[in-house]
Design a protein around this ligand. Structure first.
Ligand SMILES: Nc1ncnc2c1ncn2[C@@H]1O[C@H](COP(=O)(O)OP(=O)(O)OP(=O)(O)O)[C@@H](O)[C@H]1O
Ligand SMILES: [Mg+2]
Length: 492
């Protein structure tokens, strides 16, 4: 396909103080094309797209829209010209209904000028049904739905506002495999309407399915733009990393000595039923489920952040009371990482404050900057946060680097048992394998880990045992040895 470019970016450079986020990048988008943008965490993908979508308007270089030089003033300006962006971090309003979120900022009105709720609700339902989400009650507050659903609503919102060019910044990082399939189908449908799509993703399999062309960024520079048909996943990985793929050395599994670190017995809550599971010393248990399976809420419950009705939680021999707080859980040797970065990080605060946040009680609530810094620095270095200055605010890190901060928290004061929901969400191939290695090291050192995820690859890469949850129940439990992605997904 060689349609004329609808957008051309030439020689784009962008600095944040001393940091050169983009360095003379060229990028073009053709009409009706699906163009993937890939690269390591911090490579500059989101920054380039924020320029394209009018969010950043201070930059060097040229921006041509249908051949005409433009300088977009704002996201609104971009949208008026048919360019819409779906962000890496969700920007929906949880208190508003699904329908209200879909029509945010552009409510439908009737002839008399009143807001036409009936038509908005109906349209919302119809549009969601087209994507296979007819079961979503559009009158309910969006915050009640799983992150995956909230993401779908966000995608749909930008589409409905008439965007001809749709930028998706990691749209599938919170979606279940089934939802990913639907989104990919949807992208196919959109393109038939001659829309152009820019697709940022760390999932190269998706990229290979969705994209016509792929542009690779590394350290703020454009490395290559390749036709999908002329490339493959391995080539993309070496373009992204700048060197050939290193397969991680196999880590010897330690024989668990059977010492039980976490024991969950017959736990019941509104969204899960009769859950029993154990994690032993030196063992990684994977808890896999589709979005909405109840596994993320179970993880929250184990940490005292989701109310359960009956059952017990025991950590290293200590049975918790039926109601307890997160700080009680921490004090008794548990650590938890949520699947939602936005909920767990304080974007305005520095990296080191964020790392130390769960431990403040232990070290006294008064901020003691130097002490915190000293405790946090090795952890930040260990997970390789880029840029590595712990005094930067977390909000200025790229998405994948924010996720590393979540992991770094628990390096400062390791607990006995880690419960980690989506530990590698949003990470590039390199960072992902680094974090998976950190998890394996924890196992080696005798900690117990419960890795809760909707990404089959993550679960399979580290678990000794895998438990599968579906509709709030454990439906299978297996030793990882004979499992593969297909087998796992069939168990859902
Ligand atoms: N508002 C900001 N202020 C200062 N530095 C920033 C800001 N936004 C991004 N950066 C820096 O610019 C670089 C590029 O960040 P960007 O968010 O574009 O990366 P990315 O390719 O989207 O990464 P990821 O895959 O992790 O989302 C990073 O080093 C990041 O820390
Ligand atoms: Mg990004």
């Amino acid at each position: 396909m060689n349609a004329p470019p609808i957008i051309e970016l030439k020689n784009i450079s962008k600095r944040f103080l001393s940091l050169q986020a983009l360095d003379s990048v060229d990028f073009d988008l053709r009409e009706g094309e699906s163009h993937a943008l890939v690269g390591e965490n911090g490579a500059g993908k989101s920054t380039l797209m924020r320029i394209l979508a009018g969010i950043y308007n201070e930059y060097e270089g040229e921006y041509l829209l249908r051949g005409q030089p433009v300088h977009l003033q704002s996201p609104r300006d971009a949208l008026n010209r048919g360019i819409g962006m779906i962000h890496q971090e969700l920007s929906v309003i949880p208190e508003l209904s699904v329908a209200e979120n879909l029509f945010l900022g552009r409510q439908l009105r009737n002839r008399l000028g009143f807001i036409d709720w009936k038509r908005m609700n109906e349209t919302a339902h119809e549009e969601l049904a087209k994507l296979g989400f007819e079961h979503i009650d559009v009158l309910k507050p969006l915050g009640m739905f799983p992150l995956g659903t909230q993401q779908v609503v966000e995608v749909l919102r930008v589409m409905l506002s008439g965007a001809q060019v749709l930028i998706m910044d990691e749209p599938t990082s919170a979606l279940s495999p089934a939802e990913v399939e639907r989104l990919i189908e949807l992208i196919g449908t959109l393109r038939q309407g001659n829309r152009s799509i820019i697709y940022i993703s760390h999932f190269l399999e998706e990229v290979m399915r969705v994209a016509d062309r792929v542009t690779v960024l590394r350290d703020g520079r454009k490395v290559a733009t390749v036709e999908r048909q002329a490339t493959n996943k391995d080539e993309l990985i070496s373009l992204i990393l700048g060197h050939a793929v290193e397969t991680a050395p196999p880590v010897a599994t330690v024989e668990s000595n059977g010492h039980r670190l976490l024991e969950v017995r017959d736990l019941n809550a509104d969204v899960f039923t009769d859950i029993s599971l154990n994690v032993n010393k030196g063992e990684i248990v994977g808890l896999y489920g589709a979005i909405g399976a109840g596994h993320f809420d179970l993880a929250r419950a184990i940490f005292g952040m989701y109310r359960f009705d009956s059952g017990t939680i025991t950590v290293d021999g200590k049975t918790f009371p039926s109601v307890f707080s997160a700080s009680y859980a921490i004090a008794h040797g548990l650590a938890y990482a949520t699947e939602s970065r936005r909920q767990s990080l304080f974007m305005e605060e520095t990296i080191f404050r964020n790392v130390m946040m769960p431990h403040l009680k232990r070290i006294g609530m008064m901020p003691r900057a130097n002490y915190e810094l000293e405790m946090a620095r090795p952890a930040v270095r260990r997970v390789n946060v880029q840029p590595p200055n712990p005094e930067n605010p977390v909000g200025k890190l790229s998405g994948g680097n924010q996720q590393k901060v979540v992991i770094a928290r628990w390096l400062a004061y390791p607990p006995k048992v880690f419960v980690m929901s989506e530990p590698t969400r949003g990470m590039d191939v390199g960072a992902k394998s680094e974090v998976l290695n950190i998890l394996r090291e924890f196992r080696q050192q005798g900690y117990g880990l419960l890795v809760v995820s909707s990404e089959p690859e993550t679960v399979l890469a580290v678990s000794d045992r895998v438990m599968v949850m579906s509709r709030g129940r454990v439906v299978a439990e297996m030793v990882n040895k004979n499992l593969n992605k297909d087998a796992l997904m069939r168990l859902l």
